[in-house]
Design a binder for this molecule. Structure first.
Ligand code: NAD
Length: 393
């Protein structure tokens, strides 16, 4: 027979066990599970440096980062005949964030089995699978790197700091129907540019929210003078803009935006773009910022899951030579700490360590006019982190 006393005693014991478990869990540092997908070309080289930097951060702040490496792209195809094997996808599903390198082979080998469709099969699939609709691409020209910029020197010396917010899972890259049919003179190929209200509204909100934490200026890039999709884009963005009276909003045609970026880049703060326009303008922004090797990116889902990767590609022309600039990959890791893990001080440390490296101008890869290799730059950034004095988080 069970008496009331026994029930009470059992409940007290159970509560004590649960409390002890909670105490134990609280004592154990949180583990941050990171899927590491280095990929092809320079991917593995720059990833090594990002992991070196993360190790320094984990020592400095006593953080528990757990890494699971998985193959993707051509590297995965060689072993599994798939650009995105199930193991890789599962690794991403079981992680808190994805740190991605780059995929792809030499541009003149795109039709080889190993490389055919590699970006669509791996990168675009990951973006679609995890609903990574919001692509944040910060682009900064450090005045110290003015000579590496393609801008006229009087414009470059002013520097600039732009955030490109690119819609990543819709628009012409994903719109249906797309295809190719017919033969001879009537053979044709087509893609479809399509956006619905929800897709435009949610990416516009990301841009306006970001602007609130910056200079409070949003330029929405469209082609409303020609494309029906872009007339709709403009209407919906204008509705969102009304909810942000503190932010200055200006629509701009994409062709004009491309030109103004080279003439007055410091007038831009947040540039809101659809998928294709954001893709093209961010490469232009990379050139005027000095090197694509500097530009990180974050791709986020509505639930806050994120994939972090350099804006550039696998750079087969310099792969394996120690020439790749690891800064884009390292700053992508910093974005991961900030957006996926909320570790703002740790992210600040990495960004400050990169700022110091660039302002000193002594240890740089050849794309920035330096003589150092990938590993030396990674090590120098790591040393800068260890020398920073602020340990508070
Ligand atoms: P790319 O970005 O790989 O290279 C363009 C130029 O920038 C090259 O001269 C390269 O040496 C240089 N570069 C790129 N990253 C650099 C770095 N970190 N440091 C120094 N220099 C750097 O573009 P691409 O040549 O057009 O494409 C090469 C391959 O990459 C292709 O297979 C393409 O499909 C693929 N690609 C992949 C991604 C991705 O994985 N996200 C993005 C773009 C291109």
């Amino acid at each position: 027979m069970i008496t009331t006393n026994m029930v009470t005693t059992n409940m007290v014991t159970t509560n004590m066990v649960i409390n002890n478990m909670i105490d134990e869990m609280e004592k154990k540092p949180k583990q941050y599970k990171i899927a590491v997908l280095a990929g092809d070309g320079i991917g593995p080289e720059v990833m090594t440096e990002a992991l070196k930097v993360l190790e320094a951060i984990s020592r400095k702040y006593s953080l528990d980062f757990s890494y699971t490496e998985a193959l993707v792209g051509g590297a995965a195809y060689e072993k599994y005949q798939s650009h995105l094997p199930e193991f890789t996808l599962n690794t991403c599903r079981n992680s808190d964030a994805i740190l991605f390198g780059s995929v792809g082979g030499p541009v003149d080998e795109q039709l080889n089995e190993k490389w055919k469709g590699v970006e669509v099969n791996s990168l675009l699939s990951l973006r679609k699978h995890f609903g990574l609709f919001a692509n944040l691409r910060p682009v900064r020209l450090y005045p110290q790197l003015a000579s590496s910029s393609t801008l006229r020197s009087d414009i470059a010396t002013n520097g600039f700091d732009i955030l490109i917010v690119r819609e990543l899972t819709g628009g012409i890259y994903f719109g249906q129907p797309k295809g190719r049919e017919g033969a001879g003179d009537s053979e044709k190929a087509y893609d479809t540019m399509v956006y619905n209200r929800m897709e435009i509204t949610r990416i516009a909100k990301i841009a306006f929210d970001a602007a609130l934490r910056r200079k409070r200026v949003v330029h929405s890039v469209d082609k409303a003078n020609v494309l029906t999709t872009m007339v709709f884009w403009r209407e919906v963005v204008e509705e969102v803009a009304k909810q942000y009276p503190e932010v200055s909003y200006e629509p701009i045609y994409v062709d004009n935006a491309a030109m103004q970026l080279t003439k007055r880049p410091s007038d831009f703060d947040v540039m809101l773009c659809g998928n294709m326009f954001g893709d093209i303008l961010s490469d232009e922004a990379a050139a005027i910022a000095g090197s694509i090797g500097l530009l990180p990116s974050a791709s986020l889902s509505e639930k806050g899951f994120g994939m972090y990767e350099p804006s550039g590609g696998s750079a087969p022309d310099i792969a394996g030579k120690g020439l790749a600039n690891p800064i884009a990959q390292i700053l992508s890791a910093a974005m991961m700490l900030r957006y996926s893990f909320g570790l703002n001080s740790a992210a600040d440390d990495i960004e400050t360590a990169v700022d110091i490296l660039i302002s000193q101008g002594k240890i740089l890869t050849p794309d920035l006019g330096g003589n150092n290799n990938t590993s030396e730059v990674g090590t120098a950034i790591t040393q800068n982190i260890m020398q920073l004095t602020d340990y508070a988080d």
